[in-house]
Design a binder for this molecule. Structure first.
Ligand code: AMP
Ligand code: MG
Length: 431
């Protein structure tokens, strides 16, 4: 391909760019993972229970295990006095067999003793009264009729041995982790989390914690990107920041490619200063530099790197401006991570809100305005601009919980008009 052509600056729509990018990602391999680490991961196989849950019939209440027929036979007096032959706690098994006229004190979860077919809760006995009286006879009066099976949780009531309890492709939530534990599993087969190598480029960058000399700024992109990676379920791996030199970027990229499923770089993709990053990337694989019809985050690089081990590693080159980097990663990185994790890549959740401030679009790009969505007293969703929309102003991004969209072909959305908002966050205030 002609080199010039290779680097031509296409104006792509967000959807076109996303399609080109996401086509390079596939679901990753399956890994047996400790259940506590599985939250948000995709289950790779059906899970069949090896046991009944509960394993035995057991008491649903603290009370007395009895024979239900004993309460039926006492219709006239409605006061039935039984002999207490022992106590059983959860985790124990009683060796006693209940005969007519007998009861066994039983705690919630304890297996039902043989002979018994119902449990009477403490409240329906005179246990409290007897205690107050200080009586020490081994007797209890039952003040209610019970049916057979009452207050008993039956063996296999929750899960039968051999039943499929968790289905393949399910995204693991807390209850699923509980179900896995309840059938005795320590690990689940899940699609592993992608390792996302991240590095920033720029001579001006200093890492937080170090002295800020004149002309320098602190590196924030590595931290926002890594945090987004974590929140989307991936494993961020921050590589040392590269200087704007071939050698430095080359070293960082070599480091980044070790074990990574995706490489994300920040800066060096806008017109004028991308040459170093571009030259290095070109040597390690393919790269395209795009202009995406969006604001912020117009310049974007995407390519596929060839690792020394022969692996193809997708690379996303984000713009350097802190908000641009975030908005581009929200638009293109989130779903890439989702696909690698075995999920269907759903779009960002959207809602419609009424604008408190106008949004202007002066060059035909799709504007993603930083907005704060809240619920008005009338119950409508409203969106207000969070501050300066400069792509370098990260604090207005920090206040925002959504990106208000002004479409490519609309010049202005006025106060009081409706706007679609892609939510980045669902704060309590909006419910
Ligand atoms: P560039 O894409 O290199 O032209 O950078 C655009 C703007 O983003 C410049 O003002 C940079 O100083 C700033 N920038 C680049 N990288 C970072 C970073 N890692 N953290 C914060 N700001 C950055
Ligand atoms: Mg730069």
């Amino acid at each position: 391909m002609d080199k010039k052509n290779h680097y031509h600056q296409d104006m792509l729509s967000v959807e076109e760019a996303r399609k080109k990018i996401l086509g390079n990602f596939t679901r990753l391999s399956v890994e047996s993972t400790p259940i506590l680490k599985c939250l948000g991961m995709t289950l790779a196989k059906d899970i069949i229970s090896p046991i009944n849950v509960p394993p035995l019939n057991n008491s649903a209440m603290d009370g007395y295990a009895i024979i239900s027929l004993d309460t039926k036979n006492k219709i006239l007096t409605n006061l039935l006095e039984l002999e207490v032959i022992g106590t059983v706690a959860a985790g124990e098994i009683s060796d006693k067999t209940i005969q007519s006229g007998q009861a066994l004190r039983i705690m919630t979860g304890a297996p039902i003793p043989s002979g018994s077919d119902a449990v009477v809760p403490f409240e329906k006995t005179d246990e409290q009264k007897r205690k107050l009286r200080g009586s020490s006879d081994r007797k209890i009066s039952i003040m209610a009729k019970v049916d057979s099976g009452e207050n008993i949780r039956f063996k296999g009531e929750d899960i039968f041995a051999g039943a499929t309890v968790l289905h393949k492709n399910k995204i693991i939530r807390p209850a699923d982790i509980g179900v896995a534990a309840s059938i005795g599993l320590t690990h689940l087969p899940v699609i592993r989390r992608p390792v996302i190598a991240i590095f920033s480029t720029g001579n001006e960058l200093v890492e937080p914690g170090n002295k800020l000399n004149e002309g320098k700024i602190y590196n924030s992109n590595a931290f926002t990107i890594a945090s987004m990676v974590s929140s989307y379920g991936g494993l961020p791996k921050i590589i040392d920041t590269a200087e704007d030199s071939f050698q430095s970027v080359n070293e960082a990229l070599s480091m980044a490619m070790i074990d990574a499923d995706m490489v994300v770089t920040s800066a060096g993709v806008s017109k004028g200063d991308y040459d170093v990053v571009k030259d290095v990337l070109e040597k390690k694989g393919e790269i395209s530099l795009w202009s995406v019809r969006m604001r912020p985050a117009k310049p974007l690089a995407f390519g596929v790197l060839n690792s020394p081990e022969g692996k193809k590693i997708p690379h996303l080159g984000l713009p350097g401006n802190p908000v641009s980097a975030m908005v581009a990663f929200i638009q293109f990185g989130r779903q890439a991570i989702g696909i690698m994790m075995g999920r269907i890549p759903l779009p960002n959740p959207k809602l419609t809100a009424i604008l408190d401030d106008p949004i202007t679009n002066f060059d035909g790009r799709r504007v993603y305005a930083r907005v704060y969505v809240y619920k008005s007293d009338g119950g409508d969703y409203r969106a207000r601009i969070t501050g300066s929309q400069s792509s370098g102003v990260l604090t207005s991004m920090a206040v925002a919980n959504g990106l208000g969209i002004c479409p490519e072909d609309i010049d202005r959305i006025n106060i009081g008009e409706k706007i679609q908002v892609e939510m980045i966050d669902w704060p309590e205030e909006i419910f």
